[in-house]
Design a protein around this ligand. Structure first.
Ligand SMILES: NC(=O)c1ccc[n+]([C@@H]2O[C@H](COP(=O)([O-])OP(=O)(O)OC[C@H]3O[C@@H](n4cnc5c(N)ncnc54)[C@H](O)[C@@H]3O)[C@@H](O)[C@H]2O)c1
Ligand SMILES: [Fe+2]
Length: 346
């Protein structure tokens, strides 16, 4: 989406500029999203529609033990699809996870990836989808470090087709394009490979899959979603659509995060938090994040702290540090969180 360019007049009759300033130019890209309880069973149909046959399912060991995992693989089988499972993804995934998963993809001659997991499994799947069909190193795709030297996309099979099923709410990694947060084991830094031309061909947001997410992880991942929304809204870049999305995400977190922590079987709370998490990623992908994430990535890479927990601890300190720059925005955020104005600015 790009802002329109036109000549018009303001209320005093003076002509306004006919060319947009840089500030007025913005865009937004979102892949097809299938949202709702039970939508996980659409996966096999969506793969068949794309003529994909030999699937690598990327997940982590905790997920393989969940009942919904067997239901998903059964439905792939019933559709006549061949699949294998890579479940060795760890939290705060590393470049070793990515190379092991790439080897599994190539050994099995797969033609697509389905990932069902939290941000860790999704990010490994994204990294493999960026690199397994071409000869580039993962770090060649570090767009945010060197945007002018991204590999050129050659041919229609340059990237591996990817279907994402998130089961935390969350990182929003399902709607942050191809960006993936991977620890470089050589430097102990989290780095973010990304290519602006690569997206999953579909995202399935099924809130029923979150029913068994433990209470602590529900709280930590929910705070990640809230932090995404707050940092995206606070970022100075110009993107009116994302500002609106970020504010709605904050409103949803204020209303439903605590409820989803207190009662994991509350399907409405799970559903609203899944929405809050996915849409916050649309906002941060367009506007960027802030110091909470810079620090949380460093802490996660060095100490293996859960990402959402690190964000939750850091958030109040960073907001206080940034107070002078974002005071007006903080007032809006505080009202959505039902905080007294004074408390939010202390
Ligand atoms: N790419 C992005 O846009 C983006 C954004 C934010 C964070 N991240 C990255 O995501 C990672 C964190 O992901 P996360 O917070 O989703 O945690 P995670 O993927 O590491 O999962 C944490 C644990 O929760 C368990 N789990 C997840 N869903 C479950 C469910 N529905 N039921 C039962 N158990 C479940 C998993 O088995 C795992 O043990 C970090 O590496 C972080 O840097 C990526
Ligand atoms: Fe995050």
């Amino acid at each position: 989406m790009t802002s329109s360019v036109h000549t018009t007049a303001n209320e005093t009759g003076n002509e306004l500029a006919s060319e947009p300033t840089n500030q007025q130019v913005w865009n937004c890209y979102v892949p097809p999203v299938h949202f709702g309880p039970g939508t996980v069973f659409k996966a096999s149909e969506l793969l068949a529609e794309q003529n994909l046959q030999n699937i690598l399912v990327v997940t982590d060991p905790g997920i393989v033990a969940q009942p919904f995992f067997a239901e998903l693989t059964d439905s792939l089988q019933q559709q006549g699809l061949t699949f294998s499972v890579f479940s060795a993804v760890r939290g705060n995934p590393t470049s070793v996870n990515v190379s092991d998963c790439t080897s599994a993809f190539r050994q099995q001659n797969c033609d697509a990836i389905v990932t069902i997991g939290g941000g860790s499994a999704i990010d490994v799947a994204k990294a493999v989808s960026l690199t397994a069909n071409n000869d580039h190193s993962l770090w060649d795709f570090c767009f945010f470090e060197d945007p002018d030297n991204l590999p050129a996309v050659t041919g229609s099979h340059f990237f591996v087709p990817l279907l994402i099923i998130p089961i935390t709410a969350g990182t929003g990694s399902e709607l942050s394009g191809s960006s993936c947060v991977i620890t470089d084991v050589d430097t102990h830094r989290k780095r973010v490979p990304y290519h602006p031309d690569h997206f999953p061909f579909a995202v399935i947001d099924d809130p029923q899959l979150l029913a068994g997410l433990p209470q602590n992880l529900t709280a930590w991942t929910g705070m990640d979603a809230l932090t995404h929304a707050i940092e995206a809204y606070s970022a100075p870049s110009y993107h009116p659509m994302s500002d609106g999305i970020a504010l709605e995400s904050i409103r949803l977190c204020a209303r439903w995060l605590e409820k989803s922590v207190n009662n994991g079987s509350d399907l409405q709370a799970r559903s609203e938090m899944m929405a809050a998490s996915s849409i916050a990623a649309v906002a941060f992908s367009a506007k960027g994040l802030g110091t909470v994430h810079s620090l949380a990535h460093a802490i996660g890479a060095l100490f293996d702290t859960h990402h959402g927990l690190a964000n939750a601890v850091l958030l109040p300190y960073v907001l206080a540090f940034n107070r002078a720059a974002i005071e007006e925005k903080l007032t809006t955020i505080a009202s959505l969180l039902n905080l007294p104005k004074k408390m939010a600015l202390q």
